[in-house]
Design a protein around this ligand. Structure first.
Ligand code: GLA
Length: 405
């Protein structure tokens, strides 16, 4: 089989799109063979063919259309990006069917001061998405990292009333525009990764400490359901592909269901590494399917880190892998593409999966260029110039041969 580089395929598809467009133009003008010869004015010359091999020439809708009958394909995006219609926003508009606001829906942005709600940036982004026919994932109502300190002041009852008021106000504000909410984010314990598996399934974070237990999860879900009975309500977390973490997630899901908490789905963040196995993510979907019939699964923050740092790099920014520089290694790009292909093929076969979101569009904008340290990273589907990477072609074209050198 012939081997195509991403650039070759872009040229071919760009040419194909131009050819198709020419075909459409011809048919709308009728059958030229029966048309009378021109009498007075000659028709204008045809426009020059569009330049190819630029991201802007990518066949519109190629990515989202490839998965149209399977699931929404989303990307994280920010309001400043749509305000300037930067490269990411243009690609999002052309290729994705869903967005997740990167931070505009978090509490420290919407309500940094008690009693003041500011939806300006969130509205800008959500309205843009809706106007472009995209779905919006509401991310996220409760997350320890974006909780302003005042949320947790006072008695348990005061904290509850404040949380319920916040959730109701935000969900009501977006009713009819946002149909799925990550009600809670990262509430599963991470203690087992720190050598303490005995502490139980709930994250012992600021919410747990302030409330005295994990009841805040129940309160947030009930308030969200009350505010918009049509919205799907999700619990979202990372490393659900790790069976130990997943066991705790499952314990929490069982508890929520046994208490009648209105939950509709599980968000699997899927922040992966090149050493990751797609099968592990698929096993997480299967576990939810097998144990909780009827729950929906979303992949919510997919990206694939090119570094495999030790824990110390994330904890104290020490012993991190050295910077690979601006050009990604070809073998890394191939692995990246293989994981994307295997994962998408598996997700396609699982009917409970209705949305798959990448945490960004072009590599340049990824959070992984800054975390855990400043360094080039290449986790997404488009490179820094907005060119589709092998992972993109591996997703949309089953015949595509992933370049290995
Ligand atoms: C977590 C959060 C996201 C985002 C990413 C990194 O996974 O859920 O909202 O902040 O970290 O940027």
């Amino acid at each position: 089989m012939l081997k195509f580089t991403a650039r070759d395929r872009l040229r071919l598809l760009g040419g194909g799109a131009a050819f198709l467009m020419a075909g459409c133009g011809g048919s709308s003008g009728g059958d030229d063979r029966s048309a009378p010869p021109p009498t007075t004015v000659s028709p204008p010359p045809p426009p020059p063919p569009p330049p190819v091999s630029s991201a802007n020439e990518l066949t519109p809708g190629l990515l989202k259309d490839s998965f149209q009958s399977d699931f929404k394909v989303g990307c994280a995006l920010s309001s400043y990006q749509v305000e300037n219609m930067d490269l990411d926003a243009r690609l999002a508009q052309s290729q994705f069917s869903s967005i997740t606001p990167s931070f505009q829906l978090k509490a420290d942005i919407i309500a940094p001061t008690e009693g003041v709600f500011d939806f300006t940036e969130a509205d800008r982004l959500v309205d843009w998405a809706v106007a472009n026919g995209m779905e919006v994932r509401g991310h996220t109502l409760v997350w320890h990292e974006s909780t302003p300190a005042y949320f947790l002041e006072g008695t348990r009852d005061e904290i509850r009333a404040r949380l319920e008021n916040y959730v109701r106000t935000v969900v009501e504000h977006f009713r009819g525009r946002i149909f799925v909410w990550d009600v809670v984010n990262e509430v599963v314990s991470v203690d087992l990764f720190r050598g303490d598996a005995g502490i139980g399934p709930d994250r012992r974070g600021i919410w747990y400490e302030a409330v005295g237990n994990a009841d805040y999860i129940d309160w947030a879900f009930h308030a969200a359901r009350e505010a918009d009975p049509n919205a799907q309500l999700f619990i979202n977390d990372f490393q659900t592909e790790d069976p130990r973490k997943r066991a705790w997630l499952i314990e929490i899901l069982q508890r929520l269901q046994s208490r009648g908490v209105p939950i509709d789905g599980v968000g699997h963040q899927a922040h992966l590494y090149l050493e990751a196995q797609a099968a592990d993510v698929l096993a997480a979907i299967d576990d939810i399917d097998n144990q909780f019939m009827g729950l929906i699964n979303h992949v919510t923050e997919l990206d694939i880190d090119f570094y495999n740092d030790p824990g110390t790099c994330w904890d104290t920014q020490t012993n991190c892998d050295p910077d690979l520089g601006p050009a990604p290694p070809v073998d890394g790009l191939a692995k990246h593409a293989e994981i994307f292909r295997e994962l998408m093929t598996g997700l396609r076969a699982r009917s409970s999966v209705t949305s798959v979101t990448n945490w960004g569009v072009t590599d340049n904008e990824s959070w992984l260029n800054r975390s855990p340290i400043a360094r080039y990273n290449y986790p997404l589907l488009f490179d820094r110039e907005g060119e589709p990477k092998p992972a993109f072609w591996a997703m949309v074209d089953p015949e595509y041969v992933i370049p290995i050198e």
